[in-house]
Design a protein around this ligand. Structure first.
Ligand SMILES: Nc1ncnc2c1ncn2[C@@H]1O[C@H](COP(=O)(O)OP(=O)(O)O)[C@@H](O)[C@H]1O
Ligand SMILES: [Mg+2]
Length: 170
């Protein structure tokens, strides 16, 4: 899943997980109960790394996985596509674009109805995140080609192990 907070990723991920069926991995549903915070001094990347390892184990067992991360960066998405392929799985990027007004309304609605599954987000946060987000283009969504890692990296596994500490093979 790719998209900003409030884009509808977890809602769609649950639908996809039921339809396939697939294992759905939603870091926010772990971070908030564990740490009452979605980032917790970088622990999010540690948790995401462990869940990626779990996802790869599931793929090798023949179980489909929905990775319900935000995946704002193109490199994150390329790394995960590479890892999925290395586990023998097909990979589909599901991008949910969202206009800012719809995003703000959904965030407010979610905060009011399920505060235990989310965290407070201001309009300034949303503006900053919309600037940071690298939306996938048509080539990324439609082509099976995976670009090489950034200069200096021997491969995507090494990049992933740096970006997501604890993203190891087991
Ligand atoms: N397609 C949709 N139409 C209207 N509301 C939606 C839709 N998808 C999600 N929502 C609502 O918007 C809020 C955010 O959705 P969620 O799936 O939690 O987004 P994300 O996981 O991308 O942050 C939730 O309250 C959800 O019920
Ligand atoms: Mg979500």
């Amino acid at each position: 899943m790719v998209g900003l907070p409030g884009a509808g990723k977890t809602t769609r991920a649950a639908e996809l997980a039921a339809a396939h069926p697939a294992l759905r991995l939603t870091p926010d549903h772990w971070m908030v109960p564990l740490f009452e915070d979605s980032m917790a001094d970088g622990k999010r990347w540690v948790l995401e790394g462990r869940l990626i390892s779990l996802a790869l184990q599931a793929l090798r067992l023949g179980t489909s996985v929905v990775l319900d991360y935000g995946l704002w960066g193109r490199d994150e998405r390329s790394a995960l596509r590479w890892l999925a392929r290395s586990a023998g799985a097909a990979c589909r990027t599901v991008y949910l674009p969202v206009d800012k007004d719809v995003q703000l309304a959904r965030i407010a609605d979610r905060q009011a109805t399920t505060p235990d599954r989310t965290f407070p987000m201001s309009e300034a946060d949303v503006d900053a995140w919309r600037e940071q987000f690298q939306a996938p283009d048509a080539a990324e969504l439609n082509s099976g080609e995976i670009p090489p890692p950034p200069p200096g990296w021997p491969g995507w596994p090494e990049w992933a192990a740096d970006h997501w500490p604890s993203c190891t093979e087991s």
